[in-house]
Ligand binder design. Structure first.
Ligand code: D5M
Ligand code: ZN
Ligand code: FE
Length: 488
């Protein structure tokens, strides 16, 4: 018996199990029997009913991931080509230096993309850019599109806004009766203002219109009842990772626990989507190491892979990066680096994508983002709070942009094509990051923020952020109804 096989065998026996000949030969044939045994024992540790004898079927599921990073053959990557997961976008990795010209190109593209979306509305077909206003013309009705470059609110209740297009800018006065609309204006977003010219270079607003989404009419709909399970912010490796709760979630998704109705959902689950912060990472925030249980990034991903291997292999797992993952920090973000997350890349049922990503799951379009911009947009938006992240997500849909505010907490790469513009209206819009839960429906789109599996950190305590762990939104892809399961 080889060294690794011997250790593997002994660890299973040592834990009080017997090994069937079939299980033994599977173990023997695997590249790393030790790794497989480790996964097996980890799985058995949390299984509600433990077998006396380890059969072939117990080992079989764990073999999928039994390939070392780098050994993945190119043709194996497309689990993506499997009939049910179609990646619309999310693989791209664009390198950008961030020169003045890059910024120019980026904002021109953002402006033009959103201008096009605004002008596709029947009522805004005749809108023009702000620079088309004729110098000196007075009291003429206008319908102008521009990007918000500055905003000043006065005690009187009126707001002065500078709007810019690719050629010039104009000042817009929102009087106090339009205070609410003016306060909804986010920096660097593109809107249309209806009003009239006071003189050539300033405008009195009568209304503001956002790009918006039109009510969703779904053409493709999966007819079979099946579910997508949405989660994020696991923070594996953190001392505050809520292991027991997460393990009861894993048990549920394996169909091994829960009441009959929820068990039924598990059996019909075809997708598990993880919207970032799979691990806690290393050196993400100052003094983070004090809160780390696993201080090695590779080990964090190994542990993550152990858990994900317990998910039935017929469930496709889609993963995008969060700010704690091994990835470049700017948005759009390419998929998590293979050199750190190798064990996850070797799983056949996993699809690794960037942020943002669009996927079509049996005819249902999901827009996935980690949701970093919520740190900037929630405080800037009236009637939004970290307790109800779904409300700010709805506003992002209305702005048709995933991170409108430039230069605050969300680092943006000035790619020449602004991929954060929401060109396609999804059926489901999923995010995480703020560690609070919230699900709503807006114009036929399911909007979900999926909470976390990490208990309150010191930082969050000092900021009064109350996380909502262990709550998992699931969506029935046949009926488009979302429900939330609790593992607390
Ligand atoms: O972020 C979870 C939430 O907490 C998110 O809204 C950011 C905020 N957060 C957490 N720690 C910090 C520090 N140290 N600085 C600023 N903001 C923070 P997550 O990305 O999952 O840690
Ligand atoms: Zn997080
Ligand atoms: Fe995050």
């Amino acid at each position: 018996m080889g060294g690794s096989l011997k250790t593997a065998y002994e660890s299973i026996i040592g834990a009080g199990y017997q090994v069937s000949p079939e299980a033994f030969s599977l173990l023997e044939g695997s590249k790393s029997p030790e790794l497989v045994a480790g996964r097996l024992l980890k799985m058995l540790e949390i299984a509600p009913e433990k077998p006396f004898i380890i059969e072939g079927r117990h080992v079989e599921d764990l073999l999928d991931a039994d390939r070392r990073p780098g050994e993945m053959k190119q043709e194996e990557v497309p689990a993506v080509d499997a009939p049910s997961v179609r990646v619309i976008s999310g693989y791209q990795s664009v390198q950008i230096e961030g020169t003045i010209n890059d910024f120019k190109a980026h904002f021109i593209n953002r402006f033009e993309s959103l201008e096009r979306i605004l002008k596709s509305r029947a009522d805004l077909k005749d809108a023009t850019g702000v620079s088309s206003i004729i110098e000196g013309s007075k009291w003429r009705k206008v319908k102008i599109i521009g990007m918000v470059m500055s905003k000043r609110e006065f005690k009187t209740g009126s707001t002065l806004v500078t709007l810019e297009d690719t050629l010039g800018s104009v000042e817009v006065i929102f009087k106090s009766h339009l205070k609410e609309k003016a306060s909804r204006l986010l920096m660097d977003e593109v809107v249309c203002v209806l009003g009239f010219t006071k003189n050539g270079r300033s405008i009195i607003a009568e209304d503001a219109v956002w790009p918006e989404i039109s009510p969703k009419i779904r053409s493709a709909n999966s007819r079979k009842e099946e579910y997508a399970v949405m989660t994020s912010d696991l923070h594996i490796g953190s001392k505050l990772f809520m292991k027991e709760n997460f393990e009861s979630f894993i048990n549920w998704i394996r169909g091994e626990s829960g009441e009959e109705a929820t068990r039924e959902i598990a059996v019909k689950t075809k997708y598990l989507i993880i919207a970032g912060d799979l691990v806690d990472g290393v050196g993400v925030y100052p003094n983070q190491e004090e809160e780390l249980l696993v201080k090695d990034l590779n080990k964090q991903y190994e542990q993550a892979a152990e858990y994900l291997t317990m998910v039935p292999p017929n469930i496709k797992i889609i993963i995008i990066p969060g700010n704690h993952d091994a990835c470049r920090p700017t948005m759009p973000t390419p998929p998590i680096y293979k050199e750190y997350a190798g064990p996850i890349y070797s799983m056949k049922n996993v699809v690794m994508l960037g942020d943002p990503a669009y996927v079509d799951l049996d005819g249902v379009t999901f827009l996935l983002t980690h949701g970093r911009s919520l740190d900037d947009t929630i405080p800037a938006l009236p009637n939004c709070s970290f307790k109800e992240p779904q409300k700010a997500m709805v506003e992002l849909l209305r702005s048709r942009h995933l991170a409108p505010i430039y230069g605050e907490k969300t680092p943006l790469a000035p790619e020449h094509q602004d991929r954060l513009v929401i060109e396609t209206v999804p059926d489901v819009f999923q995010a995480g990051h703020v560690h609070t839960w919230g699900v709503t429906e807006y114009r036929g789109v399911i909007v979900a923020n999926c909470g976390t599996w990490q208990a309150q950190t010191n930082y969050q305590l000092s900021m009064g952020i109350e996380p909502m762990p262990g709550v998992v939104p699931v969506v029935n892809l046949a009926t488009f109804k979302a429900t939330t399961l609790k593992f607390v």
